[in-house]
Design a protein around this ligand. Structure first.
Ligand code: CAA
Length: 241
């Protein structure tokens, strides 16, 4: 029987590319989204992939949403924690709300989604968890104390949980994209963006597909020996060890 994958923030940006690549690779795919109904409906019409609305920042909503996905498509074998937001501000201007929003979605959201799925994966002795972290969780970024903290936290989460999943054939890995041509990066002021691109050795932003291909590899049966890893895809902008 084919495997089922659930991708959070799956209807736009990198998440959309991940959904399409997983579908193309033969998986049954469900896309979660939190807010943009119009984009979600357009995505569904274009791809035929089922969409499910809830916020990953809300644990109870995750439990309920996952139950709906599993009732419709069967047990989730593969979770891609992709949903993420930015609330950039220099620290002296950052509000508690901006801090909490980013931590709740980008870090606690990963717990909220992984925890309800974990026991099922353990019982079935198979699972693939891939969390989309960021270059800015590795190197830090001006105006992103919140985002960098959350994304670095995702890497610690990945390394800890990989140790727990290993004996149950559950791999837990992270991908650190660099600057990818998505709405999130396009929202950065143009002059700042140009300055950032000038620091990327390959001389361009990445494409969402380039991250999606990393996900397809990490969730494959062939990647069963890779766990607790951080796969960096950033055009050479930051070479983390
Ligand atoms: N390093 C050092 N100083 C910097 C800086 C940097 N990287 N960027 C800005 N500054 C300085 C500015 O020169 C300015 O200095 P002065 O006060 O001396 O003029 C000061 O910091 C900024 O002051 P502002 O009042 O202009 O700041 P602001 O409140 O308007 O905020 C900003 C502007 C939010 C920082 C905006 O410049 C911005 O969005 N920067 C980009 C941040 C970024 O890279 N975010 C990543 C988004 S994409 C993403 O997150 C996806 C991913 O995973 C990669």
């Amino acid at each position: 029987m084919g495997k089922t994958a659930l991708v959070t923030g799956g209807t736009r940006g990198i998440g959309k590319a991940i959904c399409l690549a997983l579908k193309e690779a033969g998986y049954t795919v469900a896309a979660n989204y939190a807010g943009n109904d119009e984009a979600a409906q357009a995505f569904k019409a274009e791809t035929g992939i089922d969409v499910f609305k809830w916020s990953v920042a809300d644990y109870d909503a995750c439990v309920e949403g996952i139950a709906k996905v599993e009732a419709a498509l069967g047990p989730v074998d593969i979770l891609v924690n992709n949903a993420g937001i930015t609330r950039d501000a220099p620290f002296h201007k950052m509000t508690p709300q901006q801090w909490n929003d980013v931590i709740n979605t980008n870090l606690s959201g990963v717990f909220n989604m992984t925890h309800p799925l974990w026991n099922g994966m353990r019982e079935r002795s198979f699972g693939r968890i891939v969390t989309i972290s960021s270059i800015n969780g590795q190197k830090g970024q001006f105006a992103q104390a919140n985002y960098s903290a959350a994304k670095a936290g995702d890497l610690g989460f990945t390394k800890a949980l990989a140790q727990e999943g290993a004996r149950k054939n559950i791999t837990v890995n992270a991908i650190c994209p660099g600057y990818i041509a998505t709405e999130m990066v396009m929202a950065v002021p143009e002059a700042v963006r140009e300055q950032i691109i000038s620091t990327i050795p390959v001389g361009r932003l990445g494409e969402a597909d380039e991250i999606a291909r990393c996900v397809v590899f990490l969730v494959s049966d062939e990647a069963g020996f890779i766990t607790g890893a951080t796969l960096t895809a950033n055009g050479g902008q930051y070479m983390a060890s």
